[in-house]
Design a protein around this ligand. Structure first.
Ligand SMILES: [Zn+2]
Ligand SMILES: [Zn+2]
Length: 383
């Protein structure tokens, strides 16, 4: 006791240190000396005790004031009386974790869940793992629906032992150490000698809860074998890029009589050259000539059903959009469809001959405000 170190020195801080800096210093020390990081290191354990004691005092306004004034005697009347007691001899840490945030997490990590850990019975029925795969289909296949062949590797119940893992004619025995639970309780010493009871995996049976004396040769005692599943999967019409299909029960086999996992298929849809999709609506652009726009015409609009005849009116403007109701993408698992929106783009003729250019000029000279209201606006502007 005589060589008890000054509390400020223990935490490596100056007298008058702020609460925040004190916390920081304490955290750093905990990380440095925590017994879980130095198993069986007496020195680290002593250092940790020293650190905790120092922090216990300095983080308490009252105790710190008395310590500052009277030294060790201020906070422990037995100090100097030749008795071991009070601080230093205890085995329980009474510090308050609240207000520490990440420090609490730190302890969580050290203690592996602080004794509250429970393990599920290894012999309980468990669902098999889901299997994930992906397919790529074309834009039109997504609109119309299609079938795709998929191949996945999955765990199937071993046919030779029916999933028990034991060779034909034998059976698995319940583990005598854990009585089939797969886990045993273990007591160990944690920080500040605190006893921690933990549930750990049974080492006798490896957590399985049972011991197979003569394992099935087909599956090596695992109860399952890997097989390739080849399957034609129906992709419903209307599916969109990135959506997934779940096929129940086609994943890995379950254990202890549990159900199979599922097969989850992500569908990737290749983009289309002229169609764009948003929800169940399709957008496209249709080029038309200057003359078709001016005079109106019956044009062909490509849709997912093929070309559709559509009459555009005289005076159609570049960028006008025409809506073909119910000619978009079929809605998933429903009988209705989205719309097709076709936007016209008026093409400007290129590489005109002299004669064509003259005709166009003559035509243009013949135009007046009645032909184009926007021209009137401009001519008004510059009057
Ligand atoms: Zn087997
Ligand atoms: Zn066991």
């Amino acid at each position: 006791m005589a060589d008890k170190r000054d509390y400020y020195e223990v935490l490596g801080v100056q007298k008058g240190v702020s609460d925040d800096d004190l916390k920081k210093a304490y955290r750093a020390m905990v990380k440095k000396y925590h017994p879980d990081l130095h198993p069986d290191d007496k020195d680290a354990e002593e250092k940790m005790k020293e650190v905790n004691e120092a922090y216990d005092v300095l983080s308490n306004k009252d105790k710190r004031a008395r310590y500052d004034q009277f030294g060790f005697a201020g906070i422990d009347p037995s100090y100097g009386a030749g008795q071991q007691g009070g601080y230093g001899g205890g085995t329980t840490f009474t510090g308050d974790f609240s207000g520490f945030g990440d420090l609490g997490d730190l302890f969580e990590g050290f203690f592996g869940g602080f004794g509250g850990q429970t393990r599920t019975n290894p012999n309980a029925p468990r669902k098999g793992q889901d299997i994930r795969t992906s397919v790529q289909i074309s834009f039109l296949e997504a609109c119309k629906g299609t079938g795709v062949d998929i191949r996945v590797n999955r765990a199937e119940r071993c046919p030779d032992c029916s999933g028990s893992g034991a060779r034909a004619g034998t059976s698995a025995e319940t583990c005598p150490k854990c009585h089939g639970t797969g886990s045993v309780k273990e007591t160990r010493r944690g920080m500040m000698n605190m006893l921690i009871q933990q549930v750990v995996q049974c080492d006798r049976c490896g957590g399985k809860g049972k011991i197979i004396a003569s394992p099935c040769q087909s599956c090596g005692g695992t109860g399952s074998v890997r097989r390739v599943l080849s399957k034609n999967v129906n992709i419903p019409q209307g599916i969109d890029d990135g959506q997934t299909l779940r096929i129940t029960g086609e994943g890995d086999c379950g254990t202890n009589g549990g159900p199979n996992g599922d097969l989850i298929i992500k569908v990737n849809v290749k983009p289309h050259d002229i169609f764009e999709r948003e929800g169940f609506d399709i957008y496209s652009e249709v080029p038309i000539s200057y003359m078709q726009a001016a005079l109106g015409d019956e044009i062909l609009i490509p849709t997912i059903d093929g070309n559709v005849r559509y009459r555009i009116p005289a005076g159609t403007q570049n960028g006008d959009t025409f809506h073909l109701r119910g000619q978009g993408v079929p809605r998933l698992y429903r009988s209705t469809r989205g719309d097709h929106h076709a936007t016209v783009r008026v093409t400007v003729p290129k590489n005109l001959t002299r004669k064509q250019a003259d005709l166009l000029k003559a035509f243009n000279d013949s135009l007046d405000d009645r032909n184009d209201p926007s021209r009137k606006k401009f001519s008004d502007l510059f009057k």
